[in-house]
Design a binder for this molecule. Structure first.
Ligand code: PMP
Length: 399
């Protein structure tokens, strides 16, 4: 029956990660996957998560586990809304946002894309060139045609803002424009506040639907600053769908915690949208899981735990920034190239190094250092013990 089925080519990022784990060399370094490792090279368990998990333990463990509502835990959804949209604007007060608890950022993208496909069957999707590879996979999987808009400028390691604006200004009405809120994956290149303010009226005039992916809130400049794009576009009256993920900022990758929010014109519209979102969940996986969402809701809804979380999150952000500076300084002492500034100019977990696929292959084969063949390097995999080795190897392949 299944003889004719071709082999799944695999996901390039996950396959490379598996190759890394099979590599027997001591001193190998994994800078391929988008995961934050601590100064010892370990996946952290945040102290605040441990506290919250202990507090949830009662006589019968965490207690009974009934099905959650399709939309998820109410207190979690409220916490998502406050974190994403801020508490001081009229949006939440006027109950204009519909929100789901989702299975990570990926689940939010999937449910959001299925929802839009059902309601806007004529629309097409535009993602940045380049973008996280799974964006195309998810939107095409829902049946959309996916195009790209200009984004990364390979010559400067920065943004092609004029070209991006011109492309978006020429889109048909109701086009879906996928935007990264902060810490763009894979390039580390973000719009400035000024540029978001310029983009907002264009999206609004074109009647575009902004699908904003925020997988790294807190890893750029801070929780509120990183949400600037979301809040600016929503305030400007752009139709916004927002996918947020807690995988990285709580270091809870495997718990699959995220949120999907749709900004509506009024409370009545938000209720109808919420119903359709719930229906999309029902058709996919019926309802989300309990544990991770309980932990996150407990932290975000308690002032002291929340304070502890923001401190641990700042520590992660600052460690990444320090590793950027360290790699840049070490590389600059070895070679001189205009390509080095991007190591400190780009933000978040990733740097688009500008290394060619051939140079990346040499890093892996000759030095045991793994990055993506696009040249994307995960800064969060660096630490004091390996940054010198990585700088030496990059300098060697660039020479
Ligand atoms: N969007 C982007 C841009 C990402 O980098 C990631 C994670 N690599 C996701 C979404 C998915 O997040 P999650 O792991 O929570 O599904």
């Amino acid at each position: 029956m299944f003889e004719h089925i071709p082999a799944y080519p695999g996901d390039p990022i996950l396959s490379l990660n598996e190759d890394f784990h099979r590599d027997a060399r001591l001193g190998k370094v994994n800078l391929s996957i988008g995961i934050y490792f601590d100064a010892k090279g370990l996946l952290p368990v945040l102290r605040v998560v441990q506290h919250a998990e202990q507090a949830l333990q009662g006589e019968r463990g965490e207690g009974p586990r009934p099905y959650l509502p399709m939309s998820g835990i109410a207190s979690y959804r409220e916490a998502v809304q406050a974190l994403v949209f801020g508490t001081d604007g009229p949006l939440l007060r006027d109950e204009r946002v519909a929100t789901l608890q989702t299975l990570g950022g990926s689940g939010a993208l999937k449910v959001g894309s299925d929802f839009l496909r059902r309601l806007f069957p004529q629309s097409q999707v535009w993602i940045s060139d380049p973008s996280w590879e799974n964006h195309r996979v998810v939107f095409e999987g829902s049946g959309f045609t996916v195009h790209t808009y200009p984004y990364y400028d390979a010559a400067t390691g920065g943004l092609q803002f004029e070209a991006m604006m011109a492309a978006i200004a020429a889109l048909p009405p109701r086009s879906i424009v996928l935007l990264h809120a902060c810490c763009h994956n894979p390039t580390g290149v973000d719009l400035s506040h000024e540029q978001w303010l310029q983009l907002a009226p264009v999206l609004r005039e074109r009647e575009s639907i902004a699908f904003i992916d925020m997988a790294y809130q807190g890893f750029g400049a801070g929780l509120d600053d990183d949400a600037f794009a979301v809040r600016t576009l929503a305030q400007a009256g752009v139709a916004c769908v927002v996918a947020n993920s807690f995988s990285k900022n709580f270091s809870l990758y495997g718990e699959r915690c995220g949120g999907l929010s749709v900004v509506c014109a009024d409370a009545d519209e938000a209720q109808r949208v919420q119903g359709q979102l719930n229906g999309t969940v029902r058709a996919n996986y019926s309802n989300p899981p309990t544990h991770g969402a309980k932990v996150i809701a407990a932290i975000l809804n308690d002032a002291e735990l929340r304070r502890q979380w923001t401190t641990e999150l700042s520590d992660m952000r600052e460690r990444i920034a320090a590793m950027r500076r360290s790699l840049h300084a070490d590389l600059s002492s070895r070679i001189s190239s205009p390509r080095l500034d991007r190591y400190v100019q780009q933000r978040g977990m990733f740097t688009y190094t500008g290394l060619t696929a051939g140079q990346v292959d040499r890093l892996r084969i000759e030095h045991g250092i793994y990055l993506l063949r696009s040249g994307r390097l995960c800064i969060a995999g660096l630490n004091a013990g390996n940054v010198g080795q990585v700088a030496r190897a990059i300098a060697a392949v660039m020479a």
